[in-house]
Write a new protein. Structure first.
Length: 261
């Protein structure tokens, strides 16, 4: 299901965080969102699922305006994997993944056979079924992130939003998680938006990039179009070299020095 955003504006009191943001993400496609700190990346994700209510603009999911959708319907269509997953109670992995079924339950309903089957499929897809009975607070960082993705899949969404999905993970787990997101986006036909501070990983695992700067779109398009030395210099204030790497079949950004050095 296609996601369309037209003219999105948002402010924190008098501070403009997003201004005239428009974009499209198709089924089976990953849009990588990059930009310096404070450029509006996380705010954009929060506006898409109405965690924050935009001041202006339209968000369309399959042609339907999210402003006309109830919270439960939005939760059926849009799943979020947050930047930090803090869980203070010793729930099991299965308990956490089943939380993704809440938007599909009646107000007083309990999980049924279909919900358990959907959760099991989500855990199988993320290789977390093997520790379904383990307490969530006993998992490694990489395992926990897989469980959070499984919970998102259990919602059976059409839109997947990920805010720094590899934060605090070592390079091996970063690659594993991003490879999994790439695979699931294609297999499930998801429209995926992934915020990342790692330009090289964003380039490697995204189909196209959105570069935000001070709440506005600075550049959007193919990896080659967006990830240029000039664009990085003007937004991140760093001189870089950008080269295509044959081994990864993607573009690599090599920092040289800050432009004010």
């Amino acid at each position: 299901m296609k996601l369309k955003i037209r003219g999105l504006d948002f402010s924190y009191d008098s501070v403009k965080a997003l201004e005239s943001v428009s974009l499209e993400v198709n089924e089976g496609e990953i849009l990588g969102v990059i930009g310096p700190n404070g450029s509006g990346k996380t705010t954009l994700l929060k506006c898409i699922n109405l965690t924050l209510r935009p001041k202006a603009g339209v968000v369309l999911i399959g042609g339907e305006d999210v402003f006309n959708m109830g919270r439960r319907k939005i939760a059926r269509e849009v799943a979020v994997v947050p930047q930090n997953s803090s869980i203070s109670f010793p729930f099991t992995v299965l308990d956490i993944v089943l939380m993704g079924r809440i938007p599909h339950l009646s107000r007083l309903g309990r999980e049924g056979e279909r919900d358990l089957k959907t959760a099991e499929e989500a855990m199988r897809a993320t290789d977390t079924l093997r520790f379904a009975s383990r307490p969530i607070d006993g998992l490694s960082g990489g395992e926990l992130q897989r469980v959070m993705i499984a919970r998102a899949l259990a919602q059976e969404p059409s839109i997947l939003l990920l805010d720094e999905p590899t934060l605090h993970l070592d390079i091996n787990h970063q690659l594993e998680i991003l490879k999994l997101i790439r695979k699931l986006t294609g297999e499930k036909g998801l429209a995926t938006i992934m915020v990342s501070h790692n330009l090289n990983l964003a380039a490697r695992y995204s189909d196209k990039l959105l570069l935000l700067n001070s709440g506005r779109i600075y550049s959007v398009g193919s990896i080659e179009e967006v990830l240029t030395p000039e664009n990085i210099k003007n937004t991140y204030k760093v001189e870089v070299d950008v080269r295509y790497h044959e081994a990864t079949r993607s573009y690599n950004v090599i920092p040289i020095f800050p432009i004010d050095a």
